[in-house]
Ligand binder design. Structure first.
Ligand SMILES: NC(=O)c1ccc[n+]([C@@H]2O[C@H](COP(=O)([O-])OP(=O)(O)OC[C@H]3O[C@@H](n4cnc5c(N)ncnc54)[C@H](OP(=O)(O)O)[C@@H]3O)[C@@H](O)[C@H]2O)c1
Length: 324
């Protein structure tokens, strides 16, 4: 089978697409024929050796996939050959086949095609965990989403609306803001030309945002704290800008607000039951048409380097998905 191989941490160009022999699935695993795999910002960090997790080399990158169960090992539970699944694999998705622990598999909703399914679990899983377990977002509250047209950001806009919040989307261009508006955002901020804090205060009549979702980092995290309401919750989701920020602690004191970390991968492994319930709810919203995942580009796995370049050059909208 073909797979993208990372032999050493470094530039994207050193990734190779090679033939690879997959061993039979072990106990508790299923072999999945991969139809499509979602591309996420953490994949780009992982192959450069800049991510929290530094896998042994060589490895096959790719954190999420959609495919069909081909073979099951012993103790594979309810999974059977022919079942259509989503795999939250962490590694190994950019390949024609992967052995996946069945605890990392979800049955895919009937109406969800492989390309949509491939890009669903990481972004919606992260944003659901962030807004439900970490921020405890309530209906009627105001949610500010930064990087609102990107993978996790756009999912946060849709989930925020599904949870009954008023959503303020912030992004770097009018084109990106239109995507957030189409996903249901109530108010828009172009943070290349407008102050996030001033616009949020204007939109909320001086109160500020109850919850802020920040996958961008850099100077924006402090902006998000400054835009927070009294007893607000500011979610630290990622650092797509490349800079891990520091925030003056006096701002947290003055606003009685909380800076809250979000790490989907660890949540998924430490609390699989809560994660399963999150996906039940997400799939229900998908089937009701409340979530409309946007895949803006589909490319072959051999084009992985171009896909990564689109993502890190800030050109991506919604999701990029690789097909096999
Ligand atoms: N905590 C978790 O569990 C978790 C899970 C998944 C992802 N993440 C993190 O969340 C962040 C976003 O991931 P994603 O997959 O949604 O990425 P993405 O689709 O590329 O979205 C990132 C957004 O960040 C903004 N951005 C600002 N400066 C950027 C830069 N220099 N390069 C690229 N984007 C920049 C862009 O929006 P504008 O142009 O509008 O600013 C872009 O839409 C990453 O840091 C990722 O590691 C965290």
């Amino acid at each position: 089978m073909r797979a993208v191989i990372c032999k050493e941490f470094g530039s994207f160009e050193s990734l190779a697409v090679e033939h690879f022999d997959l061993p039979p699935p072990q106990s508790g695993q299923a072999r999945i024929r991969v139809e499509a795999a979602g591309v996420n910002f953490p994949d780009t960090l992982m192959v450069q050796g800049k991510y929290q997790v530094r896998p042994d080399r060589p490895f096959v990158p790719g954190a999420e996939l959609a495919g069909v169960v081909e073979v099951v090992g012993e103790g594979a539970g309810d999974f059977r050959p022919g079942m259509k699944v989503i795999g939250m694999v962490g590694l190994g998705a950019f390949a024609e086949a992967a052995n996946v622990r069945t605890s990392r598999l979800l049955r895919r909703p009937e109406g969800m095609d492989a390309v949509t399914a491939a890009g669903f679990s990481m972004t919606y899983g992260t944003s659901m965990h962030a807004l439900k377990q970490r921020a405890r977002l309530k209906s009627g509250e105001t949610l500010l989403v930064l990087g609102a047209s990107g993978g996790v950001g756009l999912a946060a806009v849709e989930i925020g609306k599904a949870m009954g919040a008023t959503v303020i989307a912030a992004a770097s261009s009018q084109e990106k803001l239109k995507v957030a508006a189409d996903a249901g955002a109530d108010h828009l901020i172009d943070y290349q030309s407008e102050s996030v804090k001033d616009r949020v205060k204007e939109i909320t009549g001086g109160k500020g945002a109850d919850v802020a979702y920040d996958p961008v980092g850099g100077d924006f995290l402090e902006e998000a704290v400054r835009a927070s309401a009294w007893e607000g919750r500011v979610l630290v989701v990622g650092f797509a800008s490349g800079t891990i920020p520091r925030v003056p602690a006096n701002l947290l004191l003055l606003k009685g607000c909380a800076l809250v970390g979000v790490f989907f991968g660890t949540f998924r492994d430490k609390d699989p039951e809560a994660n399963r319930q999150n996906f039940e709810e997400l799939f229900e919203w998908f089937e009701q048409g409340k979530l409309k995942p946007l895949v803006s580009r589909t490319m072959d796995i051999s084009e992985v380097v171009s896909a990564f370049e689109v993502l890190v050059s800030r050109q991506a909208i919604g999701k990029i998905v690789l097909t096999t």
